[in-house]
Ligand binder design. Structure first.
Ligand SMILES: Nc1ncnc2c1ncn2[C@@H]1O[C@H](COP(=O)(O)OP(=O)(O)OP(=O)(O)O)[C@@H](O)[C@H]1O
Ligand SMILES: [Mg+2]
Length: 244
């Protein structure tokens, strides 16, 4: 289980996250939606400390830390137990698909090359990319790159994978192959926190939907309830303008 408590983050005078608390049970998928600029990316970035929140606590299984006085060692632990998948896969350009997955395993996890190779091949198969194992990123489509990026995120066996709009930089015809991979992970009970604008996908993959606005969680509910019977007028409007 991962639990975030009273997370706050300001940029200059702007309060981007305002006392956000969120719990994600092991094996569950929470999808965050909401208008642009409401702090969704900042929330993910604060969780694994790409941004430093001013306030808040995090619990990750048996690990617990206070962001206000987090130590370097604790930051390392947090980063090693969370993985992030960005809009653009951020693959190393001079490394093949397989090498991209192996690198964090050998360099960070200090795994033997043979073991990393075995895990890497297994993951490439899982995301349907085995036949492209020796391809360099520039020869892959956007969707293929994202699938390798997801395999890389899974490789380190994190407690949670954080996705920040994994399909929003893709051509429309490539979106579904990436969403299918994420859907598969959900079926295998991978714990995930996903920011997306894909409402149909959100509805089908999520155990829980979180609607954010102005740095706050406005509404949180299982998808049937959230989409079928939204509690606030604001949520209703957001859904109807994003559901076509
Ligand atoms: N590094 C930064 N410095 C200053 N302001 C920032 C920084 N990062 C984000 N912000 C501001 O914080 C607010 C929230 O940004 P964030 O990227 O979290 O929004 P978002 O909900 O992910 O939006 P989108 O749906 O467009 O991706 C925005 O007003 C943004 O301009
Ligand atoms: Mg964002």
């Amino acid at each position: 289980m991962i639990e975030i408590k009273n997370l706050s983050k300001t940029f200059g005078t702007q309060m981007v996250l305002n006392d956000v608390s969120l719990k994600i049970e092991k094996g569950k998928v929470v999808v965050v939606i909401g208008p642009s600029g409401t702090g969704k990316s900042t929330l993910l970035r604060c969780i694994n400390l790409l941004e430093r929140p001013e306030k808040g606590r995090i619990k990750l299984g048996d690990f617990e830390a206070d962001y206000e006085k987090i130590s370097k060692a604790e930051i390392q632990v947090l980063r090693s137990r969370t993985s992030m998948v960005f809009q653009n896969s951020n693959l190393y350009r001079n490394k093949t698909a397989l090498e991209n997955i192996k690198l964090p395993l050998t360099a960070v996890k200090k795994m033997e090359d043979r073991k990393a190779e075995e895990i890497g091949l297994g993951l490439l198969e899982k995301v349907g990319m085995l036949e492209k194992k020796d391809a360099y990123p520039e020869t892959l489509s956007g969707g293929e790159k994202q699938r390798v990026g997801i395999a890389r995120a899974m490789g380190v066996n994190p407690d949670i994978i954080l996705f920040d709009e994994p399909t929003s930089a893709l051509d429309p015809e490539l979106v579904s192959e990436v969403l299918e991979v994420i859907q598969d992970l959900a079926k295998q009970h991978t714990t995930m926190l996903i920011v997306t604008h894909e409402m149909k996908f959100a509805r089908s993959v999520a155990d829980e939907i979180v609607f954010m606005e102005g740095g706050k969680i406005v509404e949180q509910a299982p998808p049937e309830e959230f989409f079928g019977n939204p509690r606030t007028e604001r949520t209703r409007r957001f859904i109807s303008s994003n559901m076509e």
